[in-house]
Write a protein of this length. Structure first.
Length: 416
């Protein structure tokens, strides 16, 4: 019955949009821009669909009545072969100014085995015409649920509980005497059944020493209450599982080949970002913890997750000839960056609940390639690929503390 209602809703939405597009009266004051869309995961196979961008002509994603709609068909015809995403944003003129918009946003999606339906209030404050200096506030109330674990790369990290959530997030991006900095705070409350709450904060500071040399620092802290669902708990090496829903790369297994994910040599950035412990955490996400993966005092018959954690990440950039060449190509430096750096990560539980109180740390060297085409607000809209060698761990288990290890990564650990 639920699937029938879902498919009926998708068909009604799609039909309404087609009628809206065909209406001559509407197209004079509104336009829908279609684009084909292809993606892949191991459950849907090749997912074929169409994306529609709706806007008032000439506003370039910065006007009233903004629509982002997509509908897809999984060619392997899984249990729910049709999926959709719908976002509608309406600015609030009385509270908006250039670069400082207030808006309400409705979001509804059923895709990759996950429900998300909700309403958000968003507000941005920008300093003049400089989009790099801004403050943002968002409150998102939603219903969410993982209803099909087949899409999850690590099913043990997910519950199938119904969640009514309130997410409050704030972000500050500005500069000081040292360089550019960013602070972001998020708090989540879940109201149904055994309610719970989580909160996290991250702070980033970039300190350039010249065109190619510099220091990047990041601090992170997160805490959660008892009865928190596993997808909201913190990992040493990566973000809570619920955050993977926000990216098409990590939303469903197979987009990144599952053998890579299970190898322990592929890292998705986020959370505490103790990247050297990826190979220690992944085996616990797949099955029972093993002696080779964890210290003898740290054995659990379940994924290694924390109710609280605090961490610091540091990267020292140094000169490399590839980035020098990119900077000499006209316009390339604005979109392409190739970094070489030495890194250090350290983290420890804040002592909430039964979390172990031992310190975890790693160090190594790495390279990253980023391609970025900023959006109309100057925010990153691209990707970062990393290759890193965490050659030292302070808690290596049965391995040597110093050892050649390699790690491929997606997303910047310390982003700017």
């Amino acid at each position: 019955m639920a699937r029938t209602i879902t498919l009926t809703l998708i068909a009604a939405l799609f039909s309404a949009l087609i009628i809206y597009t065909d209406s001559e009266a509407q197209t004079r004051s509104y336009e829908l821009i279609p684009a084909p869309d292809l993606w892949y995961n191991d459950v849907d196979g090749i997912r074929i669909g169409v994306r529609l961008k709706g806007q008032v002509p000439g506003t370039f994603e910065d006007g009233p009545h903004r629509l982002d709609f997509g509908v897809w068909l999984g060619t392997w015809l899984p249990d729910l072969p049709v999926s959709y995403y719908l976002s509608y944003t309406e600015p609030i003129p009385a509270w908006s100014d250039y670069g400082s918009e207030a808006s309400v946003q409705a979001i509804s999606s059923i895709r990759t085995g996950y429900h998300r339906h909700g309403l958000a209030f968003n507000k941005r404050w920008q300093q003049g015409f400089d989009e790099r200096r801004y403050r943002e506030l968002s409150l998102f109330n939603s219903y969410e649920r993982r209803f099909d674990n087949e899409y999850a790369a690590y099913p043990l990290l997910w519950s199938d509980d119904h969640h009514i959530l309130s997410r409050l997030s704030a972000e500050l991006h500005d500069d000081n005497r040292l360089g550019w900095y960013n602070i972001s705070v998020t708090g989540i409350l879940q109201y149904l059944d055994d309610g719970f709450g989580t909160a996290s904060i991250s702070a980033i500071q970039r300190i350039p020493f010249g065109e190619y040399w510099g220091l990047r620092l990041r601090g992170f802290a997160g805490i959660s209450s008892s009865d928190t669902a596993p997808e909201f708990l913190f990992s040493r090496s990566s973000a809570p599982a619920v955050e993977t829903i926000s990216s098409g790369i990590s939303r469903a297994k197979g987009t990144i080949p599952q053998p890579w994910m299970e190898s322990g040599n592929f890292h998705l950035s986020g959370g505490a970002n103790l990247r050297g412990y990826t190979s220690r955490d992944i085996p616990t996400f797949l099955a029972e913890a093993c002696v080779d993966c964890l210290p003898s005092a740290f054995l659990f018959p379940e994924p290694v997750l924390f109710r609280s954690i605090a961490a610091i990440n540091a990267e020292i950039d140094y000169f490399n000839p590839i980035n020098y060449l990119f900077n000499r190509i006209p316009y390339a430096a604005e979109f392409i960056d190739f970094r070489s750096y030495i890194f250090f990560d350290a983290g420890q539980s804040l002592g909430v609940g039964n979390d172990p109180d031992m310190l975890f740390a790693d160090a190594g060297a790495g390279f990253s390639l980023s391609l970025n085409i900023p959006d109309y607000l100057g925010k990153p809209r691209g990707f970062v690929l990393r290759y890193e060698m965490p050659f030292w761990l302070n808690e290596p288990g049965t391995e040597s503390a110093f050892k050649f290890r390699h790690l491929f990564g997606f997303g910047a650990v310390i982003s700017f």
